[in-house]
Design a protein around this ligand. Sequence first.
Ligand code: BJW
Length: 238
Amino acid sequence: MGYDPVKFSAPAIVILTGAGISAESGLATFRDSGGLWEKHRVEDVATPEAFGRNPELVQRFYNKRRRRLGEVSPNAAHRALVELENRWPGPLLLITQNVDDLHARAGSQNIVPMHGELLKARCLACGAVSTWEEDILPASHCRRCGQPGQLRPHIVWFGEMPLELDRIYTALEGCSLFIAIGTSGTVYPAAGFVEAVPRQAHTLEINLEISDVGSCFKERRQGAATERVPELVGELLK
Ligand code: BJW
């Protein structure tokens, strides 16, 4: 997504979201008090080695989170980003670290789920990625090659390469406004995106608190995503 002045009449925006944007929908974040990493060790559930050692434990962790998606809905922050995408006269790319489907369900179109998607499974035998809304069980068969016991969650674990990085860095290098919402700035490469935008671009962080990379942003707005994001979208569309 490069900025094409013929096609677009406004500057390019790139938005990065993290678990904080879905917190008010009722999904736990990772590192806040009561977050997922308080109940599960990263090394036990979010690395390829963990999956190799104990696939049942890892599948249970993701099956539970996949089921939980049916109980939650997009919130005012997700919806405000849809309004921005629909009405902003320039290019807009939404990069999410979240594996939930709340941006898509709210109606966002131009999304890069860089850490994968809970509602997809990947076959270790043939590489097929398919939509998967139910539990992944030891006997589950790949819909393409038919092999049983070869499906893993389509999730980017620690030590694995995030998805669509070429598309992401092209957008970052061409943007005039970079906004990070509800992310702790602890996981790379996403935490470093703020440093990949042009020097003259405006950078803005929205978070309940200042993130680990908060000092890299030109502007910080503290508060709940459901309040700060609709406010910001209102200002941008004024
Ligand atoms: C609110 C709110 C409200 C709450 N309103 N705000 C140095 C440099 C580069 C890489 C590394 C490095 N050292 C180590 C690495 C590797 C590693 C890494 O970063 N480790 C760190 C722990 C140091 N990274 C990787 O392994 C990545 N791959 C990789 O690097 O490949 C090689 C490569 C190198 C260079 C370039 C390119 C590639 C892969 C990372 C995979 C992360 N996977 C996870 C789990 C899987 C998904 C899942 O199960 O859901 O993804 S980890 C977990 O953290 C999850 C998240 O997407 C990710 C980020 O978390 P997030 O979203 O920020 O959530 P929280 O909980 O941390 O923060 C929530 C925030 O919201 C808080 O700040 C709150 O204040 C706020 N908040 N309520 C507003 N209502």
